[in-house]
Design a binder for this molecule. Structure first.
Ligand code: RIB
Length: 300
C-alpha cells in the first residue's frame, strides 16, 4: 500500500439541483438539495484511500459541526488527519449548482479556516510529506502553503502532483516543483494560453506547459478522457449514465496518485484514474461518489 500526503481543503458541499441557474435578482424553484462532504483536497484523499492508498490529509478545520463531518468521513475512509484546529474561524462550505439534465456543475467555495493554511502548518506535516511516495495538492488553500509542501516533497525525492484547480496563473518556481500537473481544459488555457478541444490541442498545450517548467502534464478532458504527455489520449471509461460531475477531477487525481504510489507506470495509472472518474460521475455527491478499488477493477 503506497503512502500519499494530500494538502488541501475540506468543505461541506451544499448541492442544489435545478433546471438552470437563476439570473441576478431571481428566486428559482430547485428540484432537490443535498449536503455532502467535499473540498478538492479531501475528495482526492478519499478517492486515493478507497483505491487502497495509505493517505494523510493535511489541512485546517474550524471547531464546528462541519469539522465533525470531515473527521467522520476520514475515519470511515481510513485517512490519517494532520489537522490544525482553528477555533477562531470556521470549516468551509461550497454552494454547488447542478444542472439536472447534464449533471454539470457551477461552484462557489468559501474555504473558511483552510484559507489560513500557512507554510508553518506545512512544516508541522513535514514527516508525513517526507515519508510518502506521492505528495499531492491543489489551489483552494493559499499558494504559499502549496509551495512549501511541494518544496519539502521535492527536497525529499517524493513524487509531486499539482492539480491546479481552481484555475489560476502560477509562478514558474511552483510549476518547476511538479512532477505532474493535472489541469482540465479551462485550467490548461489559463496556464498555457492554449485552448483545448481535442487531442492535437492537448499535445500543443503540453509543450507550452513543459516550457513553463512542468515535468509531465496530464490534461483531463472530461468525457474525452485524459491526455498524458508523451503517451497520448487515454479514453474516458464509460461506467453508465452521468448523474453528477462534481468531484470527477478529484476522482481522477486521487486514483492516479494511488496507482503511482502503488508503483504503477503513469500510463497504467492514468487508465485506472479514468475508470475511477468514470464511476464517480454515475453517482451523486463528490466524496460519496468515490468508488472502491474492487469496483474499479471490476469495471476495467
Ligand atoms: O472538485 C469538486 C469540489 O470543488 C467540490 O466538492 C467543492 O467542494 C469544490 O471544492
Amino acid at each position: 500500500m503506497g503512502k500519499i500526503a494530500v494538502l488541501g481543503v475540506f468543505v461541506a458541499d451544499l448541492a442544489f439541483r435545478a433546471d438552470r441557474l437563476p439570473v441576478m435578482g431571481e428566486t428559482l424553484m430547485g428540484n432537490s438539495f443535498a449536503m455532502n462532504p467535499g473540498g478538492k483536497g479531501s475528495n482526492q484523499a478519499v478517492a486515493a484511500a478507497r483505491m487502497g492508498a495509505d493517505v494523510t490529509m493535511i489541512t485546517r478545520l474550524g471547531a464546528d459541526d462541519f469539522a465533525g463531518m470531515a473527521r467522520d468521513l476520514w475515519a470511515e475512509a481510513g485517512i490519517t488527519p494532520c489537522v490544525t484546529e482553528d477555533a477562531a474561524s470556521y470549516t468551509g462550505a461550497a454552494h454547488i449548482f447542478i444542472n439536472e439534465a447534464s449533471g454539470d456543475n457551477a461552484i462557489i467555495i468559501a474555504p473558511g479556516a483552510a484559507a489560513n493554511l500557512s507554510p508553518d502548518d506545512i512544516e508541522g506535516a513535514r514527516d508525513a510529506i517526507e515519508n510518502a511516495q506521492v505528495f499531492m495538492t491543489q489551489l483552494e488553500q493559499p499558494l504559499q502553503a502549496a509551495m512549501r509542501g511541494l518544496e519539502i516533497a521535492r527536497a525529499a525525492g517524493v513524487c509531486t502532483i499539482l492539480n491546479p484547480a481552481p484555475a489560476a496563473e502560477l509562478p514558474r518556481e511552483m510549476l518547476e516543483l511538479c512532477d505532474y500537473v493535472t489541469p482540465n481544459e479551462t485550467e490548461t488555457e489559463m496556464l498555457s494560453g492554449v485552448a483545448v478541444a481535442n487531442e492535437a490541442d492537448a499535445a500543443k498545450a503540453c509543450e507550452a506547459l513543459k516550457a513553463l517548467g512542468v515535468k509531465r502534464p496530464i490534461i483531463t478532458m472530461g468525457g474525452q478522457g485524459a491526455y498524458l504527455d508523451g503517451h497520448g489520449l487515454v479514453p474516458a471509461v464509460n461506467a453508465g449514465k452521468v448523474v453528477e460531475t462534481t468531484g470527477a477531477g478529484d476522482a481522477f487525481n486521487g486514483g492516479f496518485a494511488a496507482c503511482l504510489a502503488d508503483g504503477m507506470p503513469p500510463e497504467t495509472a492514468v487508465r485506472y484514474a479514468c475508470a475511477v472518474a468514470g464511476l464517480s460521475v454515475t453517482r451523486a455527491g463528490a466524496a460519496p461518489s468515490m468508488p472502491k478499488r474492487d469496483e474499479v477493477l471490476a469495471l476495467l
